[in-house]
Design a binder for this molecule. Structure first.
Ligand code: GDP
Length: 302
């Protein structure tokens, strides 16, 4: 219920467009499909997904003879569910470790909501009884370290501070040592999101990963890319660029509460093949939810 409330911008936009479509078409025809495509593309669902969906719907309508648009809504939800699930690979859940800390690397451009998301994740892990450490590895952006320290305080978790302009790998090294000695369950590592200089970013992330892997072979266990849902197709191409600088195991889609175009989740799944693992639904520390495709689809379309 709360979830529907927080996604009300996207929900009301898509539902009212669907309502309008159903009231104007008594039977599904080519014009109906074209309008349906427009609605979904406007909602940032992404052209590839939309085309696949409507191609399948056309076949379904021919096969089953269903011609009432109202009867198609359930079919649309089911097909979008299948398209999403078939597109993505890798676990939908976080790859949590037992007996050693789960190391999570957070990446994303400035302003996407990375710091806020780290704070929210810290709070969730903490409330599950886990011992959480933050590593303030964004030594590039002015104020990033202080801002993360504020979130550490809010969530009441420990933090390893870097120095502005310093080497982020040194912060990661210190954090891994502290994690070892302090029996931490989760280490959340902040990084700088300088996509402007891809080569530098790639080298920096590769070095960070090496340092972490040396301390905990196989770590980081997750590399989460934070994407701002309100940036639509730009967010998608940004995400694609990040896949070229580091292997990404999951996406956190922030600010879904602030967009009427919530379909971007489906575009990311389809275009990048990476599961969305969390969604941000507000600025408060509790406004983060594990992503469930079925809840999401029923929230938007039903
Ligand atoms: P960073 O530069 O990527 O670390 O971004 P911040 O964490 O500083 O977030 C940038 C802005 O986005 C801040 O004003 C946050 O409050 C806001 N923000 C982050 N996540 C969400 C979200 O899920 N919903 C909304 N409405 N705002 C968010």
């Amino acid at each position: 219920q709360d979830y529907h409330q927080k996604m009300s911008k996207s929900r009301s936009g898509i539902l009212s467009a669907f309502g309008d479509l159903m009231s104007r078409f008594q039977t599904v025809d080519e014009e109906y499909f074209e309008e349906l495509e427009d609605i979904l593309i406007m909602a940032d669902v992404g052209v590839t997904t939309v085309t696949e969906l409507t191609d399948e719907l056309r076949r379904e309508v021919q096969r089953s003879g269903v011609s009432d648009p109202r009867a198609l809504n359930e079919v649309i939800v089911n097909k979008l569910y299948d398209i999403y699930n078939e597109s993505i690979s890798g676990s939908r859940e976080l790859n949590m470790q037992h007996g050693q800390p789960t190391v999570i690397l957070m990446i994303g451009v400035n302003g996407a909501g990375k710091t806020t998301t780290i704070g929210k994740l810290a709070e969730q892990f903490k409330s599950q009884g886990k011992k959480v450490l933050l590593a303030a590895g964004d030594t590039f952006r002015a104020g990033a370290i202080d801002q993360l320290a504020v979130w550490a305080q809010r969530a009441n978790v420990d933090i390893v501070l870097g120095t502005e302009g310093g080497d982020p790998s040194a912060v990661m090294f210190d954090a891994m040592q502290k994690a070892k000695n302090g029996n931490y369950d989760v280490v959340l590592c902040d990084t700088a999101g300088r996509l402007q200089n891809k080569t530098n970013l790639m080298n920096e992330l590769a070095k960070i990963r090496r340092i972490i892997d040396r301390e905990y072979p196989g770590a980081p266990h997750e590399t989460l890319l934070v994407v701002d849902a309100t940036t639509g197709q730009n967010g998608l191409s940004q995400a694609r660029a990040f896949t070229e600088v580091a292997p990404i195991s999951g996406v956190v889609l922030t600010k879904l509460d602030g967009t009427a175009k919530g379909g971007i989740v489906l575009a990311i799944g389809k275009e990048l093949g990476i599961p969305v693992k969390y969604i941000g639904l507000g600025e408060k520390i509790t406004d983060l939810e594990p992503f469930r495709i079925e809840n999401y689809l029923y929230g938007l379309f039903a």
